[in-house]
Design a protein around this ligand. Structure first.
Ligand SMILES: Nc1ncnc2c1ncn2[C@@H]1O[C@H](COP(=O)(O)OP(=O)(O)OP(=O)(O)O)[C@@H](O)[C@H]1O
Ligand SMILES: [Zn+2]
Length: 729
């Protein structure tokens, strides 16, 4: 039970400021509850905080100030406090940084009431400028939602005077939007679709698990197109029937938008949405609805896990193997793993859904830690695609060409038959490398040890590490010779160019995550394609995830070997997942699908596993290899990056950490490194890597805590520790 503190009592307040402890304040008039959100004075400012517990003492009593104001919000629940504390402990992050994840909503403390926002009115402007067009396009893109002036200005990249001009001309109008309007109710009793026998069985088991009101995790492994969504929506129904809240995490915003429609079809209303494409006003409304218990179902990105649920009975992690569930900056957490923690604290159920689970989840299911449900067939009459390799060693392709003859022939045939084909390459941009044919210079980023990637649509070079862009140079930046710069290697844009040369009459759609599109615009584009407005899709991994293209019958994987290179311990697993998933886009309706996989290593065990359709054999073999090497999930790992602008200082800290290795060997952990990171400089910061390996079951975090304690980190120096790292660049 949360404690109530009488006026004047000392309370410990956790703020979102980067301090390494809570601060003591006096409870204000009327007292304050544990968990209450408050505004407290800190120096000359007032900052947001949460009453964490009784005051800790140790401050000069005469200097202790009072809580300025208690916000009109439901207090944080003790269970949420525990969750945040455990996330901080697990990820070795400061608690204030984790609290920030849970309070990332502007205007949380503002009083309710009406707010002035802009919407589109009827009139046309007297003349169109680029800026004006951007404003109107932004409004349309977001479905004329209503934006606070500042937000609209920044989203469309214009100044407020542009908005005022448009308002004066009647293009925009200001309206009073009631704050925090209630969300429509979802009806769990609304009729479900008829489920297949397999689906019905899985749904029944999940419903029972939810009704148990106990913690449990289930791996729902279903082949692509088996209808996993329909099954887990039944678990959602069970949670809603009990009056508990449900959360569905999805790896991709465009999928979130699509999912809203499916929920509306099933439950008669849309769920609460939470991701980076949601406007500030909507975020605030969503946060409060979740905190009050009004929100029944939330669909969102990984950060939705930190919403203030009152009673989370069910968390679904869809495409649970997806890399986007790991947050790679700030608090380095895995939303999949933290979902399990969150549910275990609230006696909730977790469903991890995937056609190609992570080895971690597969192993947990094998060990009996997770339950497992399998859907082995596609829904309805659809069958799984036929998978074939194209041996590229036997193909003769001109330089600068990537689509083999047999693949091109198949694509041509599909297009002629009025079907769709998809060409997949997991590389954004036009070409990964620009080289000078005169001197051999490779054009790189000025701030990173990375090559600049040509993006021909935007006519720019872009650094995929820091996002910096530059015009495509005419002359070599190194030797100054003109006209000898050449693009080397394929990217999705170049593939599209080759395809339009091969199929001049085909309507080609390029889908890549760096098309600057809002989630809604992307969803619209995908709907158009699904509706037949393209003959050929050329895409990156964006298209691999969860989309339904009923007319699509052929998937061509341009370079299956791409992911197998490099030292990533999950290279095989990731390649397997990605190719199986993208192949799974083919033949999801009546017509049978086919996947053609271009490879130089058709006998590689991973490629053979992909072709054989035998998941269990692949996972068993992969698990055996990891177990032998004692790598995750059979051993523990932490990735360590020391970075800073001054290389000698970075090296000195890395060496100091190496000297302290005995502090780690004490708990059985081994330290490797330091070595320059594979990307040795990003945004002007030099980077050295170390790697900690330990046997499974090692209590690694306390040892790491001691190991890094007391390092002198002046200036720009930083040490980040990544528990269970997914990336090693
Ligand atoms: N019981 C059902 N009744 C009608 N349609 C269904 C049913 N189950 C699945 N479908 C349809 O089958 C298609 C595939 O379902 P869904 O998207 O849930 O599959 P999935 O298992 O998530 O696939 P993937 O892993 O490839 O994303 C969808 O178009 C869905 O509407
Ligand atoms: Zn860069």
């Amino acid at each position: 039970m949360p404690i109530h503190f009488e006026e004047g009592a000392l309370v410990a307040v956790l703020t979102t400021q980067p301090l390494d402890r809570t601060l003591d304040y006096r409870a204000p008039a009327g007292g304050v509850r544990q968990g209450a959100f408050v505004e407290v004075p800190l120096g000359p400012r007032r900052v947001l905080g949460t009453v964490w517990g009784p005051g800790e003492g140790g401050f000069d009593p005469s200097k202790i100030r009072a809580v300025h104001r208690v916000l009109d919000l439901p207090p944080m629940r003790p269970e949420m406090q525990t969750f945040l504390t455990q996330v901080a402990d697990y990820t070795l992050s400061p608690l204030p940084a984790v609290l920030r994840l849970a309070t990332r909503v502007p205007g949380l403390g503002d009083a309710p009431g009406a707010r002035k926002v802009y919407q589109l009115a009827e009139a046309e402007p007297d003349r169109w400028t680029d800026a004006r067009r951007r404003v109107v396009e932004t409004m349309k893109e977001y479905g004329n939602l209503g934006f606070a002036p500042g937000e609209l200005a920044s989203l469309s990249g214009v100044s407020s005077s542009v908005l005022k001009g448009l308002e004066a001309q009647g293009v925009l109008m200001r309206i009073d939007l009631p704050r925090d309007a209630p969300f429509p109710r979802l009806d769990p009793a609304a009729p479900a679709r008829d489920l297949s026998e397999d689906q019905a069985r899985a749904a029944r088991i999940l419903r029972e698990a939810v009704r148990s009101r106990r913690y449990g995790t289930t791996l729902l492994k279903g082949v692509t197109g088996s209808g996993k969504t329909e099954v887990y929506l039944e678990a959602v129904a069970a949670a809603l029937e009990q009056g508990r809240q449900a959360l569905v995490l999805l790896p991709e915003i465009a999928l979130t938008v699509e999912f809203l429609d499916r929920v509306e079809r099933r439950f008669g209303a849309r769920p609460v949405e939470w991701h980076s494409g949601v406007t500030q006003a909507e975020r605030r409304r969503a946060w409060k609805a979740v905190a009050s218990g009004e929100a029944q179902l939330v669909v969102g990105a990984r950060s939705a896990l930190f919403l203030p649920f009152t009673d989370p009975g069910l968390i679904i992690v869809d495409e649970e193997h997806d890399g986007s569930y790991k947050q790679e900056d700030g608090v380095l957490y895995s939303a999949r793993d933290m979902a399990v923690l969150r549910a275990s604290l609230s006696r909730g159920q977790v469903v991890l859904a995937s056609a190609t689970p992570s080895l971690e989840s597969w192993t947990n299911a094998r060990a009996g830690k997770y339950a497992r449900l399998d859907l082995t067939e596609r829904f309805g009459t659809a069958s799984l695609p036929d998978m074939q390799a194209i041996d590229m060693r036997a193909e003769t392709l001109e330089t600068g060409r990537w689509i083999s003859e047999p693949l091109a022939a198949e694509v041509g045939r599909r297009i002629a038959d009025g079907e769709q084909a998809l060409l997949f390459i997991n590389r954004r941009g036009f070409a990964p490398l620009t080289i000078c044919r005169a001197c051999g210079h490779q054009v790189g980023c000025t701030d990173c040890d990375a090559r600049m990637v040509e993006h021909r649509f935007q006519r720019r070079l872009m650094c995929h590490q820091c996002g910096a862009t530059a015009p495509i140079p005419e002359t070599c930046p190194s030797c100054g010779v003109a006209g000898r710069l050449a693009a080397i290697g394929p990217g999705v844009e170049r593939l599209a160019e080759e395809a339009s040369g091969l199929f001049p009459d085909a309507r080609i759609a390029v889908l890549s995550s760096d098309l600057a599109m809002s989630a809604r615009a992307m969803k619209q584009r995908i709907d158009q394609i699904a509706g037949g407005e393209a003959d050929l899709i050329v895409g990156t991994q964006l298209v691999a995830k969860g989309h339904n293209f009923p007319l699509l019958t052929l998937v061509g994987v341009i370079d299956a070997d791409l992911g197998l290179q490099g030292g990533d311990l999950r290279a095989a697993e990731k390649t397997y997942q990605l190719i199986r998933q993208v192949a799974g886009r083919a033949g999801r309706a009546d017509k049978p699908g086919q996947a053609l996989i271009q490879t130089h290593q058709p006998d590689h065990p991973v490629i053979r596993a992909i072709l054989s359709n035998d998941d269990e054999a692949f996972f068993t073999a992969e698990a055996a290899m990891r177990e032998a090497a004692a790598t995750p999930p059979f051993g523990r790992m932490a990735g360590v990056v020391v970075s800073g602008t001054d290389l000698p200082q970075v090296t000195a800290v890395a060496r100091e950490l190496a000297r302290r290795a005995p502090l780690l060997s004490g708990v059985g952990a081994t330290l490797f490194g330091p070595a320059p990171a594979p990307v040795a400089r990003i945004r002007g910061r030099h980077r050295m890597r170390l790697l900690v390996k330990a046997p499974r079951g090692t209590r690694l975090q306390p040892a790491l805590q001691t190991w890094r304690a007391g390092l002198k980190l002046g200036g720009t120096l930083r040490v980040t520790i990544d528990i269970d790292p997914q990336s090693f660049y």
